[in-house]
Design a protein around this ligand. Structure first.
Ligand code: FRU
Length: 554
């Protein structure tokens, strides 16, 4: 039975079983039934009004339900939607049941992940009228990339998120011809104005294989409540001459009185971030490439960003199809420099996120902090599919700074409110924590001098993930998993301090107060974690602490 509580709408995504005429049936306690047709070729997104404080039985005939939830209540940003599991006439999951649903070995406890299925890039990150908002690339129907929707979540504190209704869906022509075309609502960003938020996004429409027939256009929409979006307006219909068909992921900023948009593309075969300008946010003129990546063999920059920070400007982008000398795939590069008269003069550049399982990072500014969140991506194919699993999650929000021409990233301080039971504090010794219940923890270590060490952060049978510091190498290494053989060096001369976040399958490491940050997936099928430090000179450890982290889904 579904209990509606304060909710007034039942949203269901449903598709007919091939060759049949499927539908879903909603039956109230008096036995009144309503039938709703399922989509023939694609998942129909039904929005069915329901009575508050009522019970319904939900059944389906010859139709699959990919996602179902209750929406439309007051305070929805606070309360979130209520998910329905379609089994046994529909079960509405209370928040307590939802916490149990989240408590599985492959699901993060304090990193954001969708309720189920595939997600990639964060989109439209912003703070608006009391809440942080995070939209994201979402396939509600399965644990693989497919035609894109925008999922949505909100948080009062960057740490506790509520799931909210899906806001954007793929174009009809994509859904109706999903066997020969692909596309949807691709990545984009938000600009907060006084009493509304403006969104920019790419609509993609193309054949299954990207190529010259692929169309990527930039669209704009607005919202006052972050839930309902106005009809979209086309703002840039085609890419400039010389740029590739990869032309997407608008990110908008204001410099003085001028609005600028950066877009992912490539020019003459080199990955490039394109710069556009506008006086009114609607009419956009192409200026020129803001940055061109010198390295060969990169298809384009994806999800570029551009913002002022600590007296200079930072641009970044994710390098599509790039592989570095260590075997790392699709790293992201930042560029720091001066932006004058629409010229960006790059002074320094570097990789960010040495673990390379962090992609499409997007930033926004709120109350003087430049905050960024990235998609924890799986470029080495290490995902383990489980029923109702989520494929993809988000990094911890990071606060950015530029110091000595280098981009620093530190965990947003709100994350420390989740620290709970202390598992270890000590100094000048090696550490052996082999059975950390729940495998969701945080650790800090400070070293007084440069010592080599080997730090085990996860073990599952013969599979391992370690952070290793030896001679000229400081970084992550895995064994027994698909990323074995690739090394993940952090670009630091010495490790003075480390902050380590292990959260079931996600490992995030911050070194030397944010000088380097690295994200690596490690699917651990067990329920216990480990933290084993073996240092060549244990006396170099001036302080170490390991604490459990609370789940944000309780
Ligand atoms: C990056 C990306 C973006 C695109 C989106 C589609 O991960 O490929 O360039 O807009 O994902 O889901």
């Amino acid at each position: 039975m579904i209990q509606t509580g304060e909710y007034t709408c039942l949203e269901i995504m449903t598709r007919t079983v091939e060759g049949k005429k499927g539908y879903v049936v909603l039956r109230d306690t008096e036995g009144r039934e309503n039938r709703y047709e399922a989509g023939k070729k694609y998942y129909q997104w039904l929005k069915i009004p329901v009575e508050r404080q009522s019970s319904y039985e939900l059944t389906s005939r010859d139709a699959e339900i990919s996602l179902a939830y209750l929406s439309g209540c007051e305070n929805i940003l606070e309360k979130g939607i209520c998910f329905i599991e379609p089994a046994d006439g529909g079960i509405s999951l209370s928040s307590r049941e939802a916490a149990a649903y989240y408590d599985t070995p492959y699901r993060e406890q304090y990193h954001f992940a969708p309720w189920k299925n595939w997600m990639n890039d964060p989109n439209g990150l912003c703070w608006y009228q009391g809440y942080y908002h995070m939209y994201y690339q979402y396939n509600p129907h399965g644990q693989e990339w497919s035609n894109m929707y925008w999922g949505h979540a909100a948080s009062p504190d960057l740490v506790h998120w509520t799931h909210l209704p899906v806001v954007l869906e793929p174009q009809k022509e994509v859904l109706e011809q999903a066997d020969i075309r692909k596309g949807g609502a691709f990545s984009g960003s938000a600009v907060v104005l006084d009493d509304e938020t403006v969104f920019y996004l790419t609509r993609h429409l193309g054949p299954m294989e990207d190529g010259e027939e692929t169309v990527q256009q930039q669209w704009m929409t607005r919202s006052r409540d972050m839930l309902e979006f106005e009809p979209e307006k086309l703002v840039i219909g085609e890419h400039p001459v010389g740029a590739s068909f990869d032309f997407r992921d608008p990110k908008v900023l204001k410099v003085g009185d001028v609005w600028y948009m950066v877009l992912a593309s490539a020019v003459d075969g080199q990955a490039a971030i394109l710069l556009y300008r506008s006086e009114d946010m609607e009419h956009w003129d192409y200026v020129k490439p803001l940055v061109t990546e010198p390295e060969e063999g990169v298809r384009c920059f994806e999800c570029p960003d551009f913002f002022p920070l600590d007296g200079s400007f930072t641009a970044w982008g994710a390098l599509m199809c790039h592989r570095d000398v260590y075997g790392r795939y699709q790293m992201s590069r930042y560029y720091i420099g001066e932006f004058r008269d629409e010229n960006f003069t790059v002074k320094s550049t570097g990789w960010f996120d040495f673990g390379s399982n962090c992609y499409a990072m997007q930033s926004f500014e709120h109350e003087g902090r430049r905050i960024a969140i990235g998609w924890i991506s799986d470029f080495y194919g290490e995902h383990v599919e489980v029923e109702n699993g989520a494929y993809g999650s988000m990094t911890i929000p990071r606060v950015l700074h530029v110091k000595n021409d280098r981009l620093y990233m530190t965990p947003a301080e709100e994350i420390y409110t989740l620290k709970s039971e202390r598992l270890y504090t000590g100094e000048k010794e090696n550490i052996h924590l082999e059975h950390i219940a729940g495998n969701s923890f945080y650790a800090e270590i400070t070293f007084s001098e440069n010592t080599d060490f080997n730090l085990l952060l996860g073990r599952d049978g013969k599979k391992e993930i370690r952070f290793i510091k030896e001679k000229d190498f400081a970084g992550i290494r895995t064994s027994g998993v698909k990323s074995e053989g690739i090394s993940f060096p952090a670009d630091v001369d010495m490790v003075r301090d480390m902050e380590i976040f292990v959260d079931r399958r996600a490992v995030e490491i911050f070194i030397n107060g944010g000088e380097a940050a690295g994200t690596k997936l490690f699917y651990n099928s067990g329920t216990e974690g480990c933290f084993v430090l073996e240092a060549e000179r244990p006396e170099a450890v001036t302080r170490a602490e390991v604490t459990k982290m609370q789940s944000v889904w309780q």
